[in-house]
Design a protein around this ligand. Structure first.
Ligand SMILES: C[S@@+](CC[C@H](N)C(=O)[O-])C[C@H]1O[C@@H](n2cnc3c(N)ncnc32)[C@H](O)[C@@H]1O
Length: 403
């Protein structure tokens, strides 16, 4: 087992930043000063670039220039703001996953940008340092790939020499990389033009994408897709999940079951995504985010982890088989107030959406991403608004999965 598990929160998906992660994030400003020297007048324009790119990546998606990562203004903005936040988000998730890639394994990272996932992996997987791995990052932006390689060398130093890092501009070149152990895509599939199916075929864009990826992987393999925590990205992952379940892939996380998605993000309904407090980001990122007027009170993401085969290279804590009358629930939302001095959190179970209800208190309690074992109430009641099954903490309640 190699995730950074918190004993009090077994199965937790987003443990707080480990010191190695905090140290690596702290090194970024100095590394960027060396890798991307900027004239003072360009440095002054950094905040404007970050805000413009933020608009393109969120509300004005249709206007996102396809080559944004090759334009100096936006590449600089990405490296100083979006990449550090994405390393942080992806690393917090990685810390909660049991990653057992054997030495010699190959990872393909599609839409890797400045090798964001590679940096997050290096900073959270010290047990992989000193072993041989092959990583191939694919991105149409050559300058982003080059910057990413330099950042990796800066973070990893000579210890990183055991990892063979290759980059490719053309996604089609993945066929030449041999069957891989794992495919990763971070903040990428929402930018990808939907792959076309053959005329007359009744398949979704996600079916086509998954088929392509499946053909690039070994029989025992994993796919990890990490996307923004938006409704549209989450819905895209729900479609990918459907394609995966229909073609023999196992959905390992975040779903605690293989049934119908309890949070499909239909109009007005909740969508599956996770928010967590970024209290452990480095001081410089906190200050820079405020300076560019894009501070974050919450880091947010949606994701899907798929595996196939008996010995896949990546796992999460397996939910223990619940006793009779019990179920396993993944906590999805943060807390919100309910009437009568109660508070609630939404969770996902094989019975559908769950509303975990407890008296309002200041104790931290279960966090988004935690796996809980719940006792189903003898008489099932549903919340009028969300139609979630109400599980009060007082009726047998819920507990961490270790018990
Ligand atoms: C939002 S960035 C994500 C970068 C990185 N994975 C991260 O999480 O920070 C999306 C990346 O996908 C790349 N991209 C989008 N469409 C692509 C395509 N058709 N072929 C190759 N790269 C593509 C872009 O150049 C960009 O670097």
């Amino acid at each position: 087992m190699s995730g950074i598990y918190d004993k009090n929160r077994p199965g937790a998906l987003f443990p707080s930043a480990d010191p190695a992660l905090a140290k690596g994030l702290g090194q970024l400003p100095e590394l960027l000063r060396v890798i991307l020297p900027m004239k003072e007048k360009h440095r002054k324009l950094l905040a404007t670039g970050v805000r413009r790119l933020s608009g393109f990546l969120t509300t004005e998606r249709d206007n996102l220039p396809p080559d944004y990562m090759t334009r100096p203004e936006y590449l600089a903005a990405y490296l100083h703001y979006f990449m550090p936040w994405n390393i942080y988000r992806q690393a917090r998730l990685l810390q909660g996953l049991d990653f057992s890639l054997k030495p010699g394994s190959t990872i393909l990272d599609f839409g890797c940008g400045p090798l964001t996932f590679l940096q997050a992996m290096w900073l959270t997987r010290p047990h992989m340092h000193g072993h041989q791995y092959q990583y191939v990052g694919f991105d149409r932006s050559e300058p982003a790939l080059k910057a990413g390689q330099k950042i990796f060398m800066g973070l990893a130093g000579e210890e990183g020499n055991g990892w063979k890092i290759q980059t490719e501009k053309n996604l089609g070149a993945a066929r030449k990389s041999g069957p891989a152990d794992m495919i990763v895509a971070g903040n990428f599939i929402n930018e990808l033009n939907a792959p076309r199916s053959a005329p007359g075929e009744e398949v979704s864009a996600e079916d086509v994408l998954l088929q392509r990826w499946s053909n690039l992987l070994k029989p025992d393999a994993a796919i990890l897709v990490i996307e923004p925590g938006t409704r549209s990205s989450s819905k895209q992952l729900v479609r990918l999940r459907q394609s995966a379940l229909a073609t023999g892939w196992k959905v390992v996380a975040p779903c605690p079951h293989a049934g119908e998605c309890a949070m499909p993000g239909n109009r007005g309904g909740a969508w599956c995504h996770f928010n967590f407090s970024p209290v452990d980001i480095p001081e410089w990122l906190f200050k820079f985010s405020r300076k560019v007027k894009l501070p974050k009170e919450r880091a947010s993401l949606s994701f899907l982890l798929l595996t196939r085969g008996d010995t896949p290279p990546i796992k999460t804590a397996t939910p223990p088989r619940p006793n009779k009358g019990e179920g396993v629930v993944r906590v999805i939302s943060e807390t919100f107030d309910l009437p009568a001095d109660q508070m609630g959190r939404y969770g996902c179970s094989d019975r559908g959406l769950v509303l975990l209800q407890s008296p309002k208190n200041k104790m931290a309690g279960p966090q988004p991403g935690d796996l809980l074992r719940v006792t189903w109430p003898s008489k099932i009641q549903k919340d009028g608004k969300s139609k979630a099954i109400i599980v009060p903490s007082t009726s047998g309640g819920y507990k961490g999965t270790e018990e």
